[in-house]
Design a protein around this ligand. Structure first.
Ligand SMILES: CC(C)(COP(=O)(O)OP(=O)(O)OC[C@H]1O[C@@H](n2cnc3c(N)ncnc32)[C@H](O)[C@@H]1OP(=O)(O)O)[C@@H](O)C(=O)NCCC(=O)NCCS
Length: 196
């Protein structure tokens, strides 16, 4: 079956977690790097699909999810919701940290780190990941186009992302799609039709 993009469903959650960890080391497999493979998705995927499932899209190959884009349509609202609804469980789950886990846990405990200075002009933010076999076929572009069109329909003017500078492949992808570097170092783009 040709992979297709569709809205996220709760039954996709385990696949989303799997994709997140298998692409979580600057685009490479992060399996086994931390004390649990749930740590990265508990920071970069779980809160999005649980708190804001309506802003998540997946690539479905007919048997499983092989890629996703997750987003917060309004970053300040998402930060508040994260602090109230996600942080307590996260803090309890990761009360004991190994040295390797510590930097990721610190991010998970600090949702206000998402409040980049440009957030009023670029209120939405996203995370995107595709398994290796799904990469390089236009699906990343299609996911971003889907999200941009939906956010535009919902009245959100622009979105941003922050990324690991070591991920040079992802940076080339965002450059190709027309993202521009913002003063904070985040990347931003207007929503709306892809050619807008
Ligand atoms: C980064 C990622 C989302 C890109 O998605 P993708 O499906 O592989 O990219 P696409 O095939 O849609 O490429 C879209 C465009 O970007 C270009 N592009 C993609 N990767 C590129 C690269 N490494 N160098 C140069 N151009 C690149 C493509 O040539 C294509 O150009 P075109 O549409 O004008 O022909 C995907 O490769 C991925 O998930 N990688 C691993 C996880 C990751 O790094 N996530 C991002 C974290 S910030």
């Amino acid at each position: 079956m040709t992979p297709s993009i569709r809205p996220y469903r709760p039954a996709d959650r385990a696949d989303v977690y799997d994709v997140c960890v298998r692409t979580g080391a600057a685009g490479q497999d992060a399996s086994g790097l931390y004390s649990t493979d749930e740590l990265l998705p508990d920071v970069f995927a779980g809160p999005y699909v649980d708190l804001e499932p309506e802003s998540a899209w997946v690539v479905d190959d007919g048997s499983r999810v092989i890629g996703y884009v997750v987003a917060a349509a309004d970053t300040p609202s998402f930060v508040s919701s994260y602090r109230e609804h996600w942080l307590p469980g996260f803090a309890a789950k990761y009360a004991v940290a190994t040295a390797a886990d510590e930097p990721i846990i610190r991010m998970g405990l600090d949702p206000e780190r998402m409040l980049v200075p440009e957030v009023s002009a670029y209120p939405a933010h996203l995370h995107i990941d595709l398994l290796p076999q799904a990469q390089g076929h236009g699906l990343g572009r299609a996911l971003i186009d889907t999200l941009r069109a939906d956010l535009h329909r919902r009245g959100i003017p622009a979105l941003h992302l922050t990324m690991d500078p070591a991920n040079t492949n992802a940076r080339a992808f965002y450059d190709r799609l027309g993202f521009v570097e913002l003063p904070s170092g985040s990347l931003g783009i207007a929503t709306g039709p892809a050619d807008a």
